[in-house]
Design a protein around this ligand. Structure first.
Ligand code: SDX
Length: 427
């Protein structure tokens, strides 16, 4: 129901567009009627465009607020765990004991992948980037679950979601094992989600592997902080792919591809490389100067955000976790000193203050992942497997809407008008 109306006056014509208010956040102007008036909206990068209605996650960029189904990320990180958060994002409410036990059991029993999945890796060069392997193998999952898949059946959509949440850690760990030439490790049903991932990453047949509870807790925290984030580039990619009725496993592969970019999920890998490039606290001013230079393409990776014009609440939790992990593991990582000093300098610098550039989720995650022993090339893979629940929750929400439409944006055309082709000997 429209709360208010926007009046549009074009030449001697005027017409009204309904304005809707959500439960929180910015009001939206419904521009669907513009088409009948002979106009499109124009908003490259969707800086001011709402693509859908959603109940899953809310961000207040000005206040640095992130809510999942209404619960602040700080409370969830402190009191919940990743599988509970997966249930919350998918079902809309936190689970009770029985629901949690059933959900955990369901996810656990989907962690194995078809044996044929292992053969897909053999086609990759050993130096293949793990994100390239994740893109390919997750897309290949669609060949195992397609013929009898009815995405209009809520139960089958839910089962696809369970399979993806369960299998992404297995496939991610396989990508890592392939790069280090070690045998793939099967999941163990007695382990928790995070323990299982570390087990599949680091255990070897030659000796028993004991999962560190400190690392498992840090891993679970990292999964939670990356789980969902409204209509970011990769989630919008999954929604657009899914709007055509495409196979959900193929849609998640599309999300993996979009997340890979250094402006998005690839920033954690790029941020750690940047901290290593800076190397020491005394070189920070040189790089801050470069980041402000319009003629220099260098940017401070892990800083800035399309929505947050205040601290990314995830970065605050990540910073605390970073200190906890390094302290508990008794690791003195000079990169943390560089990161802390870079954060201090940037937050006092007029350029960053004026442009409201704060550390985002990717700024500290790389330091924690490095402390856990995860190689830099696997950082975005960890982001992708954590975000799978967000992607598939939005996919499910979209498909459960009555009369959802295929996404098909329009354009401002500035190319040639109609012209006749000339034979090649006249060109
Ligand atoms: C994620 O959308 C999400 O929710 C994403 C995410 C999620 O959970 O899904 O939160 C995950 O992608 C976090 C962002 C990770 N990316 C990085 O850390 C890469 C570095 N940051 C940027 O490239 C940039 O800040 C973006 C891409 C994140 C946001 O870019 P916008 O909104 O398009 O803004 P912009 O690039 O137009 O920047 C605005 C201004 C520009 O200067 P002017 O042209 O106005 O003079 O700020 C400057 C930029 O040059 N700027 C930076 C900067 N980021 C922006 N200058 C130096 N260093 C930076 N990091």
């Amino acid at each position: 129901m429209a709360d208010k109306k926007a009046v549009v006056q074009i030449d001697d014509k005027s017409f009204e567009l309904p304005i809707y208010s959500g439960t929180a956040g910015t009001d939206v102007i419904d521009v669907r009627a513009l088409g009948q008036q002979g106009y499109f909206t124009f908003d490259p990068g969707f800086m001011s465009t709402g693509s859908c209605e959603s109940k899953i996650t809310f961000i207040d960029g000005g206040k640095g607020v992130l809510l999942h189904r209404g619960y602040p990320i700080e409370q969830l990180a402190d009191k919940s765990n990743y599988l509970e958060l997966c249930y919350l994002l998918l079902e809309g409410e936190l689970p009770n004991h029985a629901q949690y036990e059933d959900f955990e059991n369901t996810i656990t029993r989907h962690t194995m992948v078809h044996e044929k999945i292992a053969s897909f890796f053999q086609g990759f060069r050993v130096d293949a980037h793990p994100m390239a392997m994740l893109c390919g193998v997750v897309g290949a999952l669609s060949s195992f679950y397609h013929s009898d898949l009815d995405i209009n059946d809520p139960e089958q959509r839910k089962r696809s979601a369970h399979r993806l949440i369960a299998k992404l850690p297995t496939i991610s760990a396989m990508a890592y094992k392939y790069t280090v030439g070690q045998p793939f490790v099967y999941p163990r049903n007695e382990l928790s989600y995070a323990e299982n991932f570390l087990h599949m990453m680091f255990s070897v047949p030659a000796e028993d592997y004991k999962v560190s509870p400190i690392l498992a807790k840090a891993m679970d925290r990292i999964f939670m902080l990356h789980a969902d984030h409204e209509q970011n580039a990769s989630t919008s990619t999954v929604r657009l792919a899914g709007s055509s009725g495409a196979n959900p496993y193929a849609c998640i592969a599309a999300g993996v591809a979009s997340l890979w970019g250094p402006a998005h999920g690839g920033a954690n890998e790029a941020c750690l490389k940047m901290l290593q490039q800076i190397g020491s606290v005394d070189r920070i001013p040189e790089f801050v100067k470069r980041a402000k230079d319009k003629d220099d393409s260098f940017r401070l990776m892990g800083f800035g955000h399309r929505v947050y014009k205040n601290f990314d609440p995830r970065a605050k939790v990540m910073r605390e976790t970073c200190h906890e992990v390094l302290k508990e593991l008794n690791i003195k990582d000079p990169l943390l000193d560089v990161a802390m000093e870079l954060e201090r300098i940037a937050l006092e610098d007029p350029y960053f203050i004026e442009k409201k550039l704060y550390p985002n989720v990717d700024f500290y995650s790389g330091i924690i992942l490095k402390a856990i022993g995860i190689p830099t090339s696997m950082f975005t893979v960890i982001f992708a497997m954590s975000r799978t629940v967000g992607w598939i929750s939005h996919w499910d929400e979209m498909l459960s809407e009555k009369g959802h439409k295929i996404g098909r944006p329009r354009q401002l055309y500035t190319g040639y008008n109609t012209r006749d082709i000339k034979d090649i000997d006249q060109r």
